[in-house]
Design a protein around this ligand. Structure first.
Ligand SMILES: O=C(O)[C@H]1O[C@H](OP(=O)(O)OP(=O)(O)OC[C@H]2O[C@@H](n3ccc(=O)[nH]c3=O)[C@H](O)[C@@H]2O)[C@H](O)[C@@H](O)[C@H]1O
Length: 431
C-alpha cells in the first residue's frame, strides 16, 4: 500500500509529470470551462441589462410620442379650426407656451382681434399645473386649442406645420425663473436651448417659413451698470444660467436668420407681472404669504442697497408682442433654403420706471390691507442682479410701444384677480 508520501509524491518522476500535467490540464479545462461559463453568463447578463435599459429608454422617449394626445382626423380638425383667421390680412400664429402667463394673454389678444391661434404647451410642473389647466380652459372658451406637447418634439412640430401653414410663431415656451437654474440647470438647456433649436429647425424647413417672435429676457444685461439698458449695450456678462440660455438664444436665432432667411424678433421682457401670473415670482409669492400670515424674504443688495426691477404690466407686454408680430417682416427662405436677407430685431419691453422690492411689498400691503412679516437678508449669490431698467425707445420707434400701467395700478388688478381666483379664504394653502 503506498504511503501517504508516495501518494502525494510518487517515485516515478515521469509518471508524476504526465499525471500532473494531465491533472493540471483537467483542472485548467475545468477552470477554463467554469471561467468561460462565467464569462458567458456575465456577457448574457450585460446584454440582458443593456437591452432592458435601451428598451426602457425607448419606452420613455417613445411614450412621449406614443401616448401623446395628438394626431388623428379629429385632432387635425381642432387645429385647423383654431388656426382660422377671422379678419382681413390677419395671421395664423403658433403660440408656444400658450398655457403660460404671457402665452395665455397673447393668445387671447390675438384671437380677440380675429387672428388664428394654435397653442402648444407641455404643462410641466415647474409651478402648479392646475393654474396652467385653468388658463387652458379659459383659452378653450375663446376657441383656442392648445396642443399638449413639447417644443423638443420635432415630429409634433412638423405635423403642426403640415396641418397649418402658420404665418407667424410666437415662441414663449421656456424654462423661466432666475434662481431655479441653480436647482435644475438641465431644464434650462432642455427648453431654452434644445427646444429653441428644434423649433427653428422646423421653421426653417417649413414652406412657407413663418416669421418668428420670441421671448428673450432683461436678464441678458447681467451685471451691466449703465442705465437704462439699451439694446446696443453689452450682453456678455450674464449672472445666471437662465440669462446665459436666453443670451445663447439670441445668438442661435441670429444664425438661423443668417443661414436660412428666417425673420426673427427677440423681445427682452422686464419682470412681467399681472393677473394669471407666475406663482414663482416675487409679487405672487409675497401676496400668497402675506395672506397666509407667513413671512416673506426680501433680498437686499451690496451696501444695504435695495434691489429694484423695472416691473412691467402684462397688458403692456401684450401690446409689445402684438406690435412685434404686426411689424415682423416675412422670412425669405423656403424649405431650408435662404432666398435673401431677412429681418433680425431685438427689443426691450420694459416699463422704464424701476421700483425697489420693499416698495413693491408696501404696495401689496396696501392693496391686501395686511402687513407683511418681513425677513430682510443680504442677496445670496443665486444669479440675481441688483437692478433692471429698460430703455424702450427702439420699440417705441418701431411699433409705438408705450407702457401705460404703473406698478400701483397693475398690482391692484393682480390682487383683485388673485382674490377672485383663489378665493377670499386667506388661510388657504395655494401654490
Ligand atoms: O426680467 C426678466 O427677464 C426675468 O424677470 C423675472 O425675474 P426677476 O426679475 O428675478 O423676478 P422675481 O423672481 O419676481 O424677483 C423680483 C425681485 O424680487 C426679489 N426677490 C425675489 C424672491 C424673494 O423671495 N425675495 C426677493 O427679494 C428678487 O431678488 C428680485 O429683485 C422672471 O422671474 C424671470 O423669468 C425673467 O423673465
Amino acid at each position: 500500500m503506498p504511503s501517504l508520501e508516495e501518494e502525494l509524491f510518487p517515485s516515478t518522476p515521469g509518471k508524476v509529470k504526465i499525471e500532473r500535467a494531465q491533472t493540471m490540464n483537467r483542472q485548467f479545462h475545468r477552470c477554463f470551462a467554469s471561467t468561460s461559463t462565467m464569462f458567458l453568463w456575465a456577457l448574457f447578463l450585460i446584454a440582458l441589462t443593456a437591452s432592458y435599459l435601451s428598451f426602457q429608454s425607448f419606452v420613455d422617449s417613445g411614450s412621449k410620442y406614443f401616448t401623446a394626445s395628438w394626431g388623428g382626423i379629429q385632432w387635425e380638425k381642432q387645429v385647423r379650426t383654431s388656426a382660422q383667421i377671422h379678419r382681413s390680412s390677419g395671421m395664423s400664429v403658433l403660440v408656444t407656451g400658450a398655457a403660460g402667463f404671457v402665452g395665455s394673454h397673447v393668445s387671447l389678444a390675438l384671437k380677440k382681434r380675429g387672428d388664428g391661434v394654435v397653442g402648444l404647451d407641455n404643462f410641466n410642473n415647474y409651478y402648479d399645473p392646475s393654474l396652467k389647466k385653468a388658463r387652458k380652459s379659459l383659452l378653450n372658451d375663446h376657441g383656442i386649442f392648445i396642443v399638449e406637447g413639447d417644443v423638443n418634439d420635432a415630429r409634433l412640430l412638423s405635423k403642426l406645420f403640415d396641418v397649418v401653414a402658420f404665418t407667424h410663431v410666437m415662441h414663449l415656451a421656456a424654462q423661466a425663473g432666475v434662481r431655479y437654474a441653480m436647482e435644475n440647470p438641465g431644464s434650462y438647456v432642455h427648453s431654452n436651448i434644445a427646444g429653441l433649436v428644434t423649433l427653428l429647425e422646423t421653421c426653417k424647413s417649413a414652406n412657407p417659413q413663418p416669421s418668428i417672435v420670441w421671448a428673450s429676457s432683461s436678464s441678458v444685461y447681467g451685471l451691466n451698470e449703465k442705465v437704462p439698458f439699451s439694446e446696443l449695450d453689452r450682453t456678455d456678462q450674464p449672472a445666471s444660467l437662465y440669462a446665459a440660455t436666453k443670451k445663447a438664444g439670441e445668438e442661435i436665432t441670429h444664425t438661423y436668420n443668417h443661414i436660412y432667411g428666417l425673420s426673427i424678433t427677440g423681445l427682452r421682457f422686464f419682470t412681467v407681472y399681472g393677473p394669471w401670473g407666475r406663482p414663482d415670482m416675487a409679487y405672487f409669492s409675497f401676496t400668497r404669504n402675506i395672506l397666509q400670515g407667513k413671512p416673506i424674504t426680501i433680498y437686499r443688495g451690496k451696501n444695504r442697497v435695495d434691489l429694484a426691477r423695472d416691473f412691467t404690466y402684462i397688458d403692456d407686454i401684450v401690446k409689445g408682442c402684438l406690435g412685434s408680430l404686426d411689424t415682423a417682416g416675412k422670412s425669405t427662405g423656403s424649405g431650408g433654403k435662404k432666398r435673401g436677407p431677412a429681418q433680425f430685431r431685438v427689443f426691450n419691453l420694459g416699463n422704464t420706471s424701476p421700483v425697489t422690492v420693499p416698495t413693491l411689498v408696501s404696495i401689496l400691503e396696501r392693496h391686501l390691507k395686511m402687513k407683511a412679516k418681513k425677513n430682510v437678508i443680504d442677496m445670496p449669490g443665486n444669479g440675481d442682479v441688483p437692478f433692471t431698467h429698460a430703455n424702450i425707445s427702439l420699440a417705441r420707434t418701431e411699433f409705438g410701444y408705450k407702457p401705460t400701467t404703473d406698478l400701483q395700478t397693475g398690482l391692484k388688478k393682480f390682487v383683485r384677480w388673485y382674490l377672485s381666483y383663489y378665493g377670499y379664504n386667506r388661510g388657504k394653502a395655494v401654490n
